[in-house]
Design a protein around this ligand. Structure first.
Ligand SMILES: [Zn+2]
Length: 146
């Protein structure tokens, strides 16, 4: 059962900007493409994808016996920017979202939270276009209790 282990968000950041290009990306302008770019939100300006970590891998590492994501079980060593794998790299943690958002300078971007609404739910479930792989993931990510 998908509980409250990942907070869903209706916006990445209501009046925010892109952490890569710094251009404003308000409200609903982040682009989700659940089938093309699963677990990512795209900046409409610079086309950068966020989060920068492999969230699905992290998510899978935290599944318990009931296939429920438990953040306490998840492998936090997976939380790094795949484009900057060296821990000494200043961008090692840039754009990384553990499900509660990417935090930088007191700001919070809820990429995964918004993805759960705009990607998983609106595209893959409502539009009914999910392929087999996607459906397996959806089985583990339930947006509402059922
Ligand atoms: Zn951008």
């Amino acid at each position: 059962m998908f509980g409250n282990t990942i907070r869903r968000a209706w916006q990445v950041w209501s009046d925010g900007y892109c952490p890569a290009c710094k251009r404003p990306v308000p409200m609903y302008e982040w682009i989700a493409d659940a089938l093309g770019q699963p677990w990512k939100m795209r900046c409409p300006h610079c086309r950068e994808l966020f989060p920068k970590n492999d969230f699905l891998k992290f998510y899978r590492s935290g599944l318990n016996e009931q296939n429920v994501f438990d953040p306490k079980r998840a492998d936090r060593s997976l939380l790094f920017n795949l484009e900057h794998p060296d821990p000494a790299d200043p961008l090692h943690k840039f754009g990384v979202d553990d499900g509660e958002g990417y935090v930088e300078g007191g700001k919070r971007w809820r990429f995964i939270g918004a993805y759960l609404i705009y990607g998983q739910w609106k595209q893959a479930i409502v539009a009914g276009r999910g392929d087999a792989v996607e459906l397996i993931e959806l089985d583990n990510v339930r947006l509402w209790p059922r």
